[in-house]
Design a binder for this molecule. Sequence first.
Ligand code: COA
Length: 110
Amino acid sequence: MPADTNAYGDIFGGWLVSLMDAAAGLIAARRAKGRAVTVAMDGMQFLHPVKVGDEVSVYGEITRVGRTSMTIQVEAWRRLRESEDTCKVTEAVFTFVAIDENGRPRPVGG
Ligand SMILES: CC(C)(COP(=O)(O)OP(=O)(O)OC[C@H]1O[C@@H](n2cnc3c(N)ncnc32)[C@H](O)[C@@H]1OP(=O)(O)O)[C@@H](O)C(=O)NCCC(=O)NCCS
């Protein structure tokens, strides 16, 4: 939407990062069956701009589970509003850590 754009009409990168972080957070909380926080975000690349009115889809999958951490690969795709044309606009690797009620790392569990 227009409120999410920069002065040139492209979507702010930070808006997209926020969406991807939220998506990864959902996946992490589901896997960890409880609270998990972002500890790192690596390999972020903006490949194409997102324009006002585009449909944005975010996909994520767990690629590694450690003792307390999870690695989640996230991609964002755009679709032109009135077309079937799609392309990947961004990707990044998020690391989430499962935490307990005191904010300390806890085992993710089987
Ligand atoms: C996440 C947090 C609890 C981890 O605490 P910590 O003392 O660094 O924990 P540890 O050193 O025991 O590491 C815990 C796990 O995270 C992993 N880890 C820590 N830093 C990492 C990094 N920069 N990249 C990838 N993995 C990392 C460790 O490898 C470990 O994984 P494992 O248990 O699967 O082997 C702490 O760093 C924290 O609270 N950070 C802030 C999180 C936050 O608020 N995020 C939102 C930002 S707005």
